[in-house]
Write a protein that binds this ligand. Structure first.
Ligand SMILES: NC(=O)c1ccc[n+]([C@@H]2O[C@H](COP(=O)([O-])OP(=O)(O)OC[C@H]3O[C@@H](n4cnc5c(N)ncnc54)[C@H](OP(=O)(O)O)[C@@H]3O)[C@@H](O)[C@H]2O)c1
Length: 214
C-alpha cells in the first residue's frame, strides 16, 4: 500500500519501520523536516521518504494520523480532498482534544465529510507497535503476537487497518465496534496508560484477547 504517515514521532516512526519491512511504500508527511522528531525518525529509518503533508497525502492511498489529537484541526486544510483514500486515526485525546469534537476521528469525519476513516493503533504503547511479539514465561518460552483493535463504521477502513496491523506483527485486529465505540477505544488506550504508567507496571505490557475453545 502507499501510506502517508502524518507525524514522525514515536507512533509514526514505529509504524513506518514495520510497514517498510513488510514492503509498503511509506512517506512521512511533516510540517518541519528539520524537527527533532523527524531527525529521530530518520535515525531509526535512514531511508525514510519525507515530504510536506500535502505532497505525502496526494501520493498515498492510506493516510495515518500520528500527531496530537488537537492537530487534526490544523491538518484539515492540508489533507485536501481525501476522497478515495482511507484515514487511520491513531490519536488519543488525553490532555487536549480538537474542540468542540471529542476525538480527532470525529473532527476529521465531520469536517472532511469523509466516511472511510478508522480509529486504530491507539490502544497500546509505541514500543508495542515497534515489536508486537512477546515471549511468554511458559515452558519452551513460546512467542505470541499481541492484539490490535479498530473502531468505526467503515468496513473498508477497518479491513485496511486490520491488514496493516498484521503487517506490523500484531496477531489479530479485533473489531471494536462502530462510530459509537471510538471514544470507548480511546478509554481502552487510557486503561493501557493507567496500567503501564500510573499503576507502574511499565510499558512492556499489552492486551491479548483469549477465547475458550472447549
Ligand atoms: N506514544 C505512544 O505510545 C502512543 C500510543 C498510542 C497512541 N498515541 C497517540 O498517537 C499520537 C502521536 O503520539 P506520539 O507519541 O507519536 O507523539 P510525538 O512523538 O510527540 O510526535 C508527534 C508528531 O506530530 C507532529 N505534529 C504535532 N503537531 C502537529 C501539527 N499541528 N501539524 C502537523 N504535525 C504535527 C510532530 O511534528 P513536529 O516534530 O514538527 O513537532 C511529531 O512528528 C498522539 O495523539 C498520541 O496520543 C501515542
Amino acid at each position: 500500500m502507499k501510506i502517508a504517515i502524518i507525524g514522525s514521532g514515536n507512533v509514526g516512526a514505529a509504524l513506518a519501520n514495520n510497514w517498510l519491512k513488510a514492503g509498503h511504500n511509506v512517506i512521512f508527511g511533516v510540517r518541519n523536516p528539520d524537527s527533532p522528531k523527524t531527525r529521530k525518525a530518520l535515525a531509526l529509518i535512514p531511508n525514510a521518504v519525507i515530504q510536506n503533508i500535502n505532497s505525502a497525502v496526494s501520493a498515498s492511498e492510506v493516510i495515518v494520523i500520528a500527531t496530537p489529537s488537537d492537530a487534526a484541526l490544523d491538518l484539515v486544510p492540508l489533507l485536501g480532498n481525501p476522497s478515495g483514500k482511507i484515514i487511520i486515526d491513531t490519536t488519543n485525546s488525553i490532555m487536549k482534544r480538537p474542540e468542540p469534537y471529542p476525538t480527532a476521528y470525529h473532527a476529521l469525519k465531520d469536517i472532511l465529510k469523509h466516511e472511510e476513516i478508522v480509529k486504530c493503533f491507539n490502544s497500546t504503547g509505541f514500543e508495542n507497535m515497534l515489536n508486537p511479539i512477546y515471549k511468554l514465561s511458559l515452558p519452551g518460552n513460546p512467542e505470541i503476537g499481541i492484539d490490535m483493535f479498530a473502531a468505526g463504521n467503515s468496513r473498508a477502513a477497518k479491513e485496511a487497518a486490520s491488514q496493516l496491523s498484521k503487517d506490523c506483527g500484531f496477531a489479530e485486529c479485533f473489531d471494536f465496534g462502530g462510530d459509537d465505540k471510538v471514544e470507548l477505544l480511546e478509554k481502552f488506550a487510557l486503561s493501557w496508560i493507567n496500567l503501564a504508567i500510573m499503576q507502574g507496571h511499565g510499558r512492556n505490557l499489552a492486551f491479548k484477547l483469549i477465547k475458550r475453545t472447549e
